[in-house]
Design a protein around this ligand. Sequence first.
Ligand SMILES: NC(=O)c1ccc[n+]([C@@H]2O[C@H](COP(=O)([O-])OP(=O)(O)OC[C@H]3O[C@@H](n4cnc5c(N)ncnc54)[C@H](OP(=O)(O)O)[C@@H]3O)[C@@H](O)[C@H]2O)c1
Length: 333
Amino acid sequence: MSKQSTTLCVAGGSGLVGSNIVKTALAAGYRVNATLRDAGDESKTRHLKALPGAADRLTLFSADMSDSHSFDDAMAGVDGVFIASLAPRYRGPDGTPATKMDDAQGWRDIIRPTADGCLAIMRAAARAGTKNVVICSSTSSTNPPEPIAVKNERDAVSDPDEQMRRKKYTAAEKIVMEREAQAFADDNDQRLAILLPTIMLGPTVLPQHLERGFHASLAAMVDGRKGQHDTVPSGSISMAHLDDVAALFLAAYEQQAAQGRYFALYDSWPWVDIYQALAPHVPDAGLPAPLTGAAEEPTRFDFTRRDSLGVTFRDIPTTLAQTVEWIKKRPFG
Ligand SMILES: NC(=O)c1ccc[n+]([C@@H]2O[C@H](COP(=O)([O-])OP(=O)(O)OC[C@H]3O[C@@H](n4cnc5c(N)ncnc54)[C@H](OP(=O)(O)O)[C@@H]3O)[C@@H](O)[C@H]2O)c1
C-alpha cells in the first residue's frame, strides 16, 4: 500500500508529541486522522491545518479517551495508530495533587484513567481492525527499585507497587498502562511498540507548547530572564529533538519487526554541560549562577534497540542551538 493511500491515526494530535507526529507523517506522504478533545478549537486546529500537506491529507476529529466509541470515526480505515494522548496526571479531578493522595485515590484518579484511556483507544483500534499500535509512554516507567548502571528497555522497568509505596502515582500510571496495553495487544493480535521519551525540544507546531516546560525556560533566557534555574543544578537531564522522536514513532510503525519498548531520547547530560552549550546562544543575564560543587553522573543508557530503528538523533548542543535560534525568530509573533 502506498503512503498516499495509507491512513494513520494520531490520538492526541494537538499535543506536543502528537502534533509533531502529525507533521512528520504528513511530510512522509501519509493521510492522517488526528484527534483532540475539541476539533472546533481554532486556537489549536489552525496550526495543524497550516502544516504542509494538511489541506489534502489531514482530517481532525473530536474524541475523548473516556469514551472508546468517540474514536471510531477517527479509526475507520486506519492502518496504524499513535497514542500520544496520555499526558501525565499530576492532580485528581477534585484538584488534589497526586503526591497528597492515598493509594486508593492514586489508583482511582491517576493510574486507572491513564491505563483505561489507553485501552479505550486500543479497543477502538481493534474494532476497526487496526493492527499496528505505537504508544507514547515516558522514561518515568524506567526506574526499577534497584538502580541499574546502564539502562536498557528490558531491565529498566518500574515496579508499580514500589512506586505507589513512594506515592509516585504519576510515574506508576505509565508502567501500569504499558503492562495492560501489552496484554491487550497480545490478546487482540495487535503489534505494539512503546516509545519512552523524556524532555523534547525543537520547533513546536502549536504556540501553546512554547509556553510551558523547558521551551518556556529557553524563551525566558533568550529574553535575558532566568529560566527554571537560578543556580545550575548538580543533576542531569535526558533530552531529544522533537523531530527525531517523531521520526522514531514513524519508524516503529513502518518496521513490521518493531515491537516492545524503545528509548526515544538522545542521551542524558549534566545540567552544567547543558548550560555550557546554551551559553553562546543566550544573554548572560538569562543563565543560572554557576554550580557550586561537583556534577552528578548522568543516567547511562544502552541504545541498541533505539538504534535498531535506524533513526539518527541530533546531539544535545545541536538540539539546543536549533531550538534557541528558532525561538529568536518569534515563530508565533
Ligand atoms: N512533554 C514532555 O516533555 C514529555 C516528556 C516525556 C514523556 N512525555 C509523554 O508524551 C506523551 C504525550 O505528552 P505531551 O506532552 O505531548 O502531552 P500534551 O501536549 O499535553 O498533549 C496531550 C494530547 O492528548 C489530548 N488529550 C488530553 N486529554 C485527553 C482525553 N481525555 N482524551 C483524548 N485526548 C486527550 C490533548 O488534546 P486536547 O487538545 O484536547 O487537550 C492533546 O492532544 C505522554 O505520554 C507523556 O507522558 C512527554
